[in-house]
Design a protein around this ligand. Structure first.
Ligand code: SF4
Ligand code: SF4
Length: 617
């Protein structure tokens, strides 16, 4: 390596100082806004093991990126690993500009490391070219508008790799030659131009995403508790928490959330990427101490109330952004301050207040159903408390699912009883942001369950299971409850095996059972005893919502195509004779949607109904 002249050192010093200053000026804005935001009321670092495992999988191994989009995922991972490998090389490169030699190119570790990074440089150059072709030629819709910024960044990365490879003594330009010196400066200028672009563009995620992934809330769709009587949710900038601000600045605008959003894919205003970018735009324009409303110029109230809370966005995000606490937080801000006005929403809240159920039936109807079918009351001697929920207690189809499950439980010899009094668990009010009503519902039920000395509960509804097991923790309750698919799967060997050539059942994964509870195999194992199980194109973690969640079943879905129709068409197109469900909400949504299909629809049955039918045949 040629020793630099004093003039070269001076120029490098000026350029490096400018580059670092520009880098910090922009980064400081994001860091400042994050630290200025209010502290997260529920943040606990907790045990480090799960956080470190998540960090290793999502950041170091790029596991989530590769799993969800294998080809572009590997290309992205190679660029990331290449950057890691280049960190030492870049420090050494700049040090050489000041006449310091941290790594020897002739011996020891350096001899091997320069060539090792050379392999990465080739991989990065190929990967970044592939990613640029995808972005500028293939142009998937969810990536959004083509930006010049992405093109400049891709070119700079490619040029960095090209100049590195050209500078390798054994393969590139002759060491000490004028051409090698020009190449050294080209590499340096590219590096110094790239550095300040990182925080000025979506590539800010390079600096922030490791921290965001490490610090994200540990549970899926974890809604932070309100911090006292003055906390109404996300109403103004003052309500935005540090984790939410950090996540907003980390978005890499990849559009994975948008690609999987049922609302966006059926022509609604909602685009989860724009929710996160809207929050970032608000923080940039107003700051985290602003009292300007969050819903307005940067975030749309209409969009926020179109969300089905399916969790597809949160599940997909490769940089640890958690959309649901933001979306539900914004709903809370609007509902708890009385700013949300919606006839359907008002009717739902009134039904819950007056009748204790979301469907608006007199509560005595539940009692009549129990008595008509001689369902036993839970008295502490039975193994399970069978939680009916609104759908199981009042909806005709939901009741059929409950009766089918009762038949299977009796066949298996599992004792059960139902509660004398039960109200809605609070799921739709929780997701719609009405915290007061949610607490009322939860506290009433908690008292009933505690008073009945319940040990274990089972439910046909994944929404009930999620809300009781997770959301009620905020009210101090911790109950053991499982979905009937989990219970039945444990007893599957005692169920009759299907004769060969049974009906084909296409199974629809409910969002609140799959993404929320990570239960995918048990319902399939139960079904496989009675039928041949097939998957629709979007299954398991990628399942497409039925459109009911987040209170949507009770609201008017007026824009675009109906979500339930889009999913019902996909399920019917598999040609299966039966659509298998594991959630009474899904079944209701598909029952409505099947009426719009041009050809005779498949049968629609819950896994409990299919199992009960197999006992009779
Ligand atoms: S939770 Fe589902 S509906 Fe809501 S924004 Fe995310 S992907 Fe869209
Ligand atoms: S929120 Fe996550 S998934 Fe959505 S665009 Fe941003 S980085 Fe991608």
């Amino acid at each position: 390596m040629v020793q630099p002249s004093w003039l070269e050192v001076l120029i490098l010093l000026l350029l490096l100082g400018t580059s670092l200053a520009l880098f910090w000026l922009r980064l400081r804005k994001a860091v400042g806004a994050t630290l200025d935001a209010r502290k997260d009321p529920d943040f606990q670092l907790g045990t480090l093991g799960p956080r470190l495992r998540g960090f290793a999988w999502e950041v170091l191994l790029q596991g989530k990126v590769i799993r969800e989009r294998p080809l572009p995922g590997v290309a992205h991972a190679l660029v990331f690993w290449g950057f890691c490998a280049f960190a030492l090389i870049s420090i050494n490169h700049l040090a050489e500009g000041f006449g310091l030699h941290l790594l020897s190119r002739e011996e020891g570790f350096g001899l091997v490391y320069f060539d090792f990074v050379g392999v990465f440089a080739l991989a990065v150059a190929v990967s970044i070219t592939g990613l640029a072709i995808r972005r500028f030629v293939a142009r998937p819709e969810w990536l959004g508008k083509v930006s010049a910024e992405s093109g400049v960044i891709a070119f700079l990365i490619f040029f960095l790799m090209a100049t590195y490879l050209a500078g390798l003594p054994d393969y590139g330009l002759a060491e000490g030659s004028p051409a090698a010196r020009v190449n050294w400066w080209l590499h340096t200028l590219t590096l110094l131009a790239f550095l300040p672009l990182i925080p000025h563009t979506k590539h800010l995620h390079l600096a922030l995403s490791p921290l965001t992934v490490f610090l994200k809330r540990p549970r899926f769709s974890q809604i932070p508790p309100l911090a006292g009587d003055e906390d109404f949710g996300l109403d103004t900038g003052k309500d935005v928490t540090r984790i939410e601000a950090l996540q907003a600045y980390t978005c890499v605008e990849c559009g994975r959330c948008t690609e999987h959003c049922p609302a966006y894919n059926t022509g609604k205003v909602l685009n989860p990427k724009e929710i996160i970018l809207g929050l970032r735009a608000y923080l940039n324009a107003e700051g985290p101490r602003s009292e300007a409303p969050l819903l307005g110029a940067h975030l749309s109230s209409e969009a926020v109330f179109q969300c089905t809370t399916c969790g597809g966005c949160e599940y997909q995000c490769p940089v640890g952004i958690q959309h649901l606490p933001v979306i539900i937080g914004l709903r809370r801000g609007a509902v708890n301050t009385g700013k949300w006005e919606d006839d359907y929403g008002t009717k739902l809240f009134l039904n819950l207040e007056r009748n204790g159920n979301s469907l608006g039936f007199a509560s005595s109807e539940r009692q009549k159903f129990i008595e008509k079918h001689a369902l036993p009351y839970y008295d502490g001697s039975q193994e399970y408390c069978l939680w009916l929920g609104c759908m199981g207690a009042y909806d005709p189809q939901g009741r059929e699912i409950v009766l089918a499950l009762v038949e299977v439980l009796r066949y298996l010899g599992i004792s059960f009883g139902v509660l004398r009094r039960e109200k809605c668990n609070g799921d739709p009010t929780r997701r719609l942001g009405n915290d007061y009503l949610f607490s009322q519902m939860a506290e009433f039920n908690i008292e009933q369950i505690r008073g009945s000395q319940v040990r274990k509960m089972v439910s046909i509804c994944p929404h009930c299971v999620r809300t009781i097991s997770e959301d009620w923790k905020e009210c101090g309750a911790s109950f053991q409850i499982e979905h009937h698919s989990e219970l039945l799967a444990r007893y599957r060997d005692k169920l009759p095996a299907a004769p060969a050539g049974g009906e084909r059942v296409v199974f629809h994964d409910p969002c609140y059972l799959g993404r929320y509870r990570n239960i995918y195999d048990p319902p399939r194992e139960v079904l496989a005893r009675a039928a041949e199980v097939v998957n629709p194109p979007r299954a398991r973690e990628r399942s497409f919502c039925c459109g009911a969640g987040g209170g949507q079943m009770f609201l008017g879905e007026e824009k675009g195509k109906r979500v339930n129709v889009a999913r019902a068409e996909e399920l019917a197109a598999t040609g299966a004779a039966v659509v298998g469900t594991a959630c009474p909400f899904c079944q209701t949504m598909f029952r409505d949607a099947f009426g719009t299909l041009p050809s005779p629809p498949p049968k629609l049955l819950d896994i409990a109904q299919i199992t009960a039918a197999s006992l009779r045949s």
